[in-house]
Design a protein around this ligand. Structure first.
Ligand code: ASP
Ligand code: MG
Length: 447
């Protein structure tokens, strides 16, 4: 029998209607054993952080107001899902009272430790999972029993081998008796059995860890978009879902701000050979992306990404040619200021690097003037063509250059092992370049 890990994010469990949809999706996978991982209802984790801060700031009215908002949201969903039994309502009320007591403690001490914060933050997932398990009528597993971590509160590191052991103890037997179990994302516990969290947005990480530990056939990440797209659809109307991509490609796209999923969170699953799909709860039968555990997508171009607010900083030094250690001195300047350089291009007498606009340009210029003449060009955007087989496919260059014909390009970079070809252009040309490249690669051009 197949085993699926199905993770639903905050908007997917945001109200009773959404939870009904979650249940429909879970039930549609009746041929599989399913581990359902849920986030907190959207906004609840933020409210819990706000509540804890209000307690520390000695603002009990705000605490009460935030807690009652959280309580009402869950009770309303409960009633509308027709699961407002004394048991479920009792559990919700008890958790809210518990939070109230903790807030009182923080107020008295005027102190909020990361450990206490994690305990409070974990309530979001513990509450939403009561609703989802209640509505599905299936067992609820406390994730803290299996997601074992170190004690780095607020961003704990999971211990995969221990997790595997506890999954064997608690999850595997439960899946023998039940087809569906529900558990929480984001939360875990340390050796002292104190509650920890995996960091904001950590539910995907939980799904990845559980998928690896149960050796799932697939991890389904259910969110509010149809997977990863070939380009930002607000810029490129013809953008469509990338059907299959590799870990490296997904990581590269995430670095350009594709917010759908941080691929590092599913690394343990991919390493264990488990594919990860990204699907939309709003279009359950729509398109979806698969991040394949295989090495490569086998594609020269899977998507085109863009980042704005780029500046280019160039250092010119005529006598650089014969100097050794020039680049070392140059990069030392960036290193000491803790600035990560994006693209680099060098010629005989000039080195150019691209940086985010937020870098301390004046200070950098001052430091770099000791090495040569410095110039700064602002208002640029970097566009990246991303694909595993990009370098092995000569047509990629031809297609790219044809698509940017007539456009001034400031900098181009394609590394020896790189899976991206990056271009820096003026910000005002960037959207046109995106559309041209998209047309060339996906709407009739080379593939
Ligand atoms: N509820 C947590 C957060 O908002 C974890 C998650 O949603 O993934 O950060
Ligand atoms: Mg999320």
């Amino acid at each position: 029998m197949t085993t699926l890990v199905m993770k639903f994010g905050g908007t997917s469990v945001g109200n009773a209607e959404r939870i009904r949809e979650v249940a429909r999706i879970v039930q549609s996978r009746h041929e599989a054993k399913r581990v359902v991982v849920v986030s907190a209802m959207s906004g609840v984790t933020n409210s819990l952080f706000e509540m804890a801060e209000a307690a520390r700031g000695h603002n009990p009215d705000k605490v009460v107001q935030l807690l009652s908002k959280i309580e009402q949201a869950h009770l309303a969903a409960c009633r509308s899902l027709e699961i407002a039994t004394p048991e479920i309502v009792g559990k919700i009320k008890e958790m809210i009272e518990n939070l109230q007591r903790r807030a009182h403690g923080i107020d008295l001490l005027g102190e909020l430790s990361p450990r206490t914060m994690d305990e409070i933050a974990s309530a979001g997932e513990r509450l939403s999972s009561i609703l989802v398990a209640g509505f599905l009528g299936c067992p609820l597993l406390d994730a803290r029993k299996v997601i074992r971590t170190d004690s780095h509160f607020g961003g704990a590191h999971p211990a995969l081998s221990t997790i595997k052991k506890f999954v064997g103890l608690y999850v595997t037997p439960l899946l023998e008796s039940y087809d569906v179990i529900v558990t929480q994302g984001y939360i875990g516990s340390d050796d002292a059995n104190d509650t920890t969290t995996l960091g904001r947005g950590g539910s995907d990480y939980s799904a990845g860890l559980l998928g690896a530990a149960v050796q799932a056939d697939e991890i389904e990440i259910w969110t509010d978009v149809e997977g990863i797209l070939t380009a930002d659809p607000r810029i490129v109307p013809g953008a469509h879902t990338v059907e299959i991509l590799s870990y490296d490609e997904a990581a590269e796209l995430a670095s350009y701000g594709a917010k759908v999923l941080h691929p590092a969170t599913v690394r343990p699953a991919l390493d264990a050979g488990v594919p990860v799909t990204i699907r939309s709860t709003f279009k359950p039968n729509g398109m979806f992306s698969t991040i394949s555990p295989g090495e490569s997508s086998g594609r020269p171009c899977v998507a085109i990404a863009m980042r704005r607010n780029v500046v280019i900083l160039s250092v010119t030094q005529e006598s650089m040619t014969d100097q050794s250690g020039f680049l070392a001195r140059l990069f030392d300047v960036f290193g000491r200021r803790g600035i990560s350089v994006d693209l680099v291009s060098t010629s005989e007498v000039c080195v150019s690097v691209s940086l985010d606009r937020s870098a301390p340009l004046n200070a950098l210029t001052q430091d770099l003037e000791k090495l040569g003449r410095v110039s700064v060009v602002q208002g640029r955007a970097v566009i990246a063509v991303v694909g595993d087989l990009l370098r092995k496919t000569p047509e990629v260059l031809r297609t790219t250059f044809m698509a940017i014909d007539g456009i001034t390009v400031d900098l181009i970079s394609m590394g020896a092992n790189a899976i991206n070809l990056s271009l820096i252009v003026q910000e005002q040309d960037a959207e046109r370049v995106m559309r041209n490249l998209h047309t060339a690669f996906f709407e009739g051009g080379a593939r």
